[in-house]
Design a protein around this ligand. Structure first.
Ligand SMILES: Nc1nc2c(c(=O)[nH]1)N[C@H]1C(S)=C(S)[C@@H](COP(=O)(O)O)O[C@H]1N2
Ligand SMILES: [Mo]
Length: 251
């Protein structure tokens, strides 16, 4: 899985695009054009994300030593008050499932216990909200690439869409396949050596340290591999982008 698509190839071809050697089709194919490029951010947003992608490529987000972990990470917002969520909470999230479907060979629905049987990964990284605050925490979980591999995801698909259950305020978001296969893209169930607190998205959260806070969806239940974002929300690939934020939120 991790061999395709080759990120080296992506970057090399990207440079050719930047040098003017190619056309919009190629730029899109190599992940340089965000799905909300026609929206309010327009060409500016496309240039920002393309330039950023070319500069950062597959680089790693900085990882910190344990002593840098923030003693009091800020949990933003209230946990869901929905009946559905509360009943999951009451049963210790034993019935919480993560479905993986779309362009996959084997659609799966994984419990937290099943996810915990995949290789455990840890990262101590900075979490950054676009509102200007941040904290460092240890995130424990599995690589999104491993989850995608388990389901036999088509790595030539363009996007990985991920979503919360139908809570009061449901959310969805997406990244392109290169970002989804990045080794620091995690599905997390733990934080700072314990369970992932509900305030920080427990029982399951998407953790993308190269992306701003709002792409790091809490209460994750669904992953869909797709070429087509138009059928989700307003079609901009993200409930945040359907609002006032941009789809691309790389840092
Ligand atoms: N399901 C869900 N996920 C979410 C949000 C949300 O409101 N609902 N807020 C996002 C935003 S804007 C930020 S900054 C972070 C906050 O994460 P924290 O509570 O761990 O600080 O969660 C992100 N993920
Ligand atoms: Mo945020």
């Amino acid at each position: 899985m991790k061999s395709v698509p080759s990120r080296r190839n992506l970057i090399t071809s990207g440079v050719a695009v930047a040098a003017g050697a190619s056309v919009a089709g190629a730029a899109s194919q190599f992940g340089l054009i965000p799905p909300d490029c026609g929206g309010i951010f327009g060409p500016g947003e496309t240039l920002t994300s393309a330039a950023h992608r070319l500069l950062t490529g597959d680089s790693l987000a900085r990882e910190f030593p344990r002593e840098k972990i923030s003693p009091k990470p800020f949990a933003k917002g209230e946990p869901p008050s929905d009946e559905l969520f509360r009943s999951h909470q009451a049963s210790g999230f034993s019935d919480w499932k993560l479905s993986v479907d779309g362009m996959v060979a084997r659609p799966v629905s994984l419990s937290i216990a099943e996810l915990k049987r995949l290789p455990v990964r840890r990262q101590i990284t900075l979490f950054v909200c676009e509102e200007g605050w941040s904290y460092i925490a240890e995130w424990i979980g599995v690589e999104l690439a491993d989850v995608l591999e388990l389901a036999g995801a088509d790595s030539k698909a363009k996007y990985v869409v991920y979503a919360t259950p139908k809570l009061q305020r449901p959310r969805y978001d997406s990244v392109d396949m290169a970002e989804a296969l990045h080794p620091q893209a995690f599905v997390t169930y733990g934080m700072n050596a314990g369970e992932l607190p509900i305030g920080h998205g427990g029982p399951l959260r998407m953790r993308l340290p190269r992306q701003l806070g709002y792409k790091n969806l809490k209460y994750l239940t669904a992953i869909t591999v797709t070429d087509e974002l138009s059928k989700y929300g307003k079609g901009r690939g993200s409930s945040s982008a359907d609002g006032k934020y941009s789809w691309y939120a790389g840092i």
